[in-house]
Write a new protein. Structure first.
Length: 525
């Protein structure tokens, strides 16, 4: 629009106060005010439109993000559901019969070919021999006129004799009187402790903390097999008696854990009187220590391992273990493999899985890489590969392959987070086992150690008090350590209750002589 010329200086419009015929009788001043007002409103409207446009763009981005998260969650739920309720795969011959897939040779069930079969050994001696006469008629055709034979077939079996009973012992204490203080004193009898003897208490603790029986089932077993009755709450008293003797051993076990050159550590959920707690494990092939703590924090990890652990610590990726100052760390490759497989399964169920094909390929490559590392560790331990010659080269190769796998960013959020983690601060922890041959590549030892308590958590109300949690941690630690040391837990518990911590320490740890393999409850009857 062409710009209009300005009026000459001092010019005054004759229609300024009245209506101008050129603008339909409007006064120019009023029209100017209306124009300025409308221009202001137009500016405000433009600003509002701009703001809503920005909000609309942000909302569109948010909706897109939520749709992607929704698709990922749906894929995850579908994968979990199929994993839990997955139907059994058809046998190859059945599949071929319905035409779904060609028949393939099936592997014969049982041990691999050439595997030495297991068979029960024949007893060295027999307690009794029973002569079984020849049958009077044929069991196949019922013919009654059988011919006698000189052949004798031998069959042997082993069984148990349930003759256990409650041994009631009466102690008659002869008194003596102290001439100094005038008090009457008595001597404690052999194996005397309360109204329930040490063998019964040791067996009850064994059933509770080794076989995982509940208090009421333990009570019922004693009633049915031994005729010994007591209240379920009495078992709590048995535990307190054992823990009172075991505290020095438990503290010494903690010192041994902190001084070990290799320790596995893990933690899992626990409940104490309905409140969330955590049960922590630290140990190796020789020692096991459990501790129940209210928190899953660095302070809880330091309470077990200390602030400066001088050995190799094998854990998952939980950050609380960073506070123990371990000299060396090994991340669990089994956790990484499982995580990669879970992401791959989610991508497979994703409605737009074609868009995330690079992420699926990344997960598959990661699984192959870490499985190769675990296989190499097994071969090094078995002696089929030379660790001195091959370990260093293998680590260089695996690090190179890992860098190539993680070179490009990924569109799938979980896979991208996993990729960044593999290249992050933990990268040097993946292959510590190739620099230190005593270090395993996985944390399976800790997971297996926690498994009995995880089952106990599922089948019970866990613990109901702080004292119960302390009892569980101490007794489980010593029972599992006894097993790892090749000592039978029942023998250890009997020694602990009767002879105290000093003698129990000798019964807990390895000795030059082999331990008794299957001790029975002592019966002096």
């Amino acid at each position: 629009m062409p710009r209009l010329p300005k009026p000459p200086p001092g010019y005054r419009c004759p229609y300024e106060e009245g209506g101008c015929p050129e603008i339909d009788g409007w006064r120019p001043s009023a029209l100017k005010r209306s124009f300025l007002h409308l221009e202001g409103e137009l500016s405000t409207a433009r600003r509002i439109v701009s703001e809503f446009s920005g909000k609309n763009l942000r909302l569109e981005e948010r909706v897109g993000k939520l749709e992607r998260e929704k698709a990922e969650l749906e894929a995850k739920v579908k994968a979990l559901h199929q994993a839990r309720f997955k139907a059994n795969a058809k046998k190859p011959e059945e599949a071929a019969a319905v035409g779904t897939e060609p028949a393939q040779p099936t592997k014969k069930r049982g041990a691999p070919a050439g595997h030495t079969p297991w068979a029960r050994g024949k007893p060295a001696a027999f307690d009794q021999t029973i002569e079984v006469p020849a049958p009077s008629s044929c069991p196949y055709c019922n013919h009654g006129d059988l011919e006698e034979s000189d052949q004798v077939r031998e069959h042997w079996q082993e069984d148990i004799i349930l003759l256990a009973h409650t041994l009631a012992t009466r102690y008659l204490h002869h008194e003596a009187r102290c001439p100094k203080c005038g008090k009457a004193v008595i001597e404690r009898g052999a194996d005397q402790m309360g109204h329930i003897g040490p063998n019964a208490k040791a067996l009850a603790l064994y059933l509770r903390h080794e076989t995982g029986l509940s208090m009421r089932k333990t009570q019922g077993l004693f009633k049915d097999l031994f005729g010994l009755g007591f209240a379920p709450a009495s078992l709590f008293g048995f535990e307190r008696a054992g823990v009172k003797q075991a505290i020095p051993l438990y503290e010494d076990l903690g010192e041994k854990i902190r001084a070990s050159h290799l320790v596995h550590a893990d933690e899992t959920h626990w409940r104490q009187d309905g409140v969330n707690h955590y049960i922590w494990f630290a140990g190796n092939e020789d020692l096991a220590l459990f501790r129940i703590d209210r928190h899953r924090s660095t302070q809880a990890a330091q309470a077990i391992l200390g602030r400066t652990f001088g050995g190799t610590l094998v854990t998952d990726g939980y950050a609380a273990y960073n506070g123990v100052g371990a000299k060396r760390r090994q991340g669990c490759l089994a956790h990484l493999i499982r995580h990669a497989k879970e992401i791959a399964e989610e991508i497979e169920k994703h409605p737009q899985k074609e868009q995330h094909a690079p992420a699926a390929q990344f997960c598959a490559g990661t699984v192959r890489l870490f499985q190769e590392g675990c296989k190499a560790a097994s071969e090094f331990r078995a002696g089929t590969r030379n660790w001195d010659l091959e370990a260093g080269k293998l680590e260089e190769e695996l690090q190179k392959n890992l860098a190539e796998l993680c070179a490009a960013p990924l569109s799938y959020a979980k896979a991208e987070t996993f990729r960044k983690r593999l290249l992050g601060k933990e990268r040097e922890r993946w292959f510590t086992f190739l620099r230190h041959p005593e270090t395993p590549p996985t944390n399976n030892l800790a997971e297996r150690a926690l498994r009995p308590l995880v089952i106990r958590r599922k089948t019970s109300l866990a613990t109901r008090s702080a004292q119960g949690s302390e009892n569980l941690g101490i007794l489980s630690s010593l029972v599992q350590t006894a097993k790892l040391q090749g000592r039978h837990p029942l023998t250890f518990l009997q020694t602990l209750l009767v002879q105290g911590a000093f003698a129990a320490s000798k019964a807990l740890y390895r000795s030059p002589t082999p331990p008794v393999q299957s001790p029975a409850v002592q019966n002096t009857s």
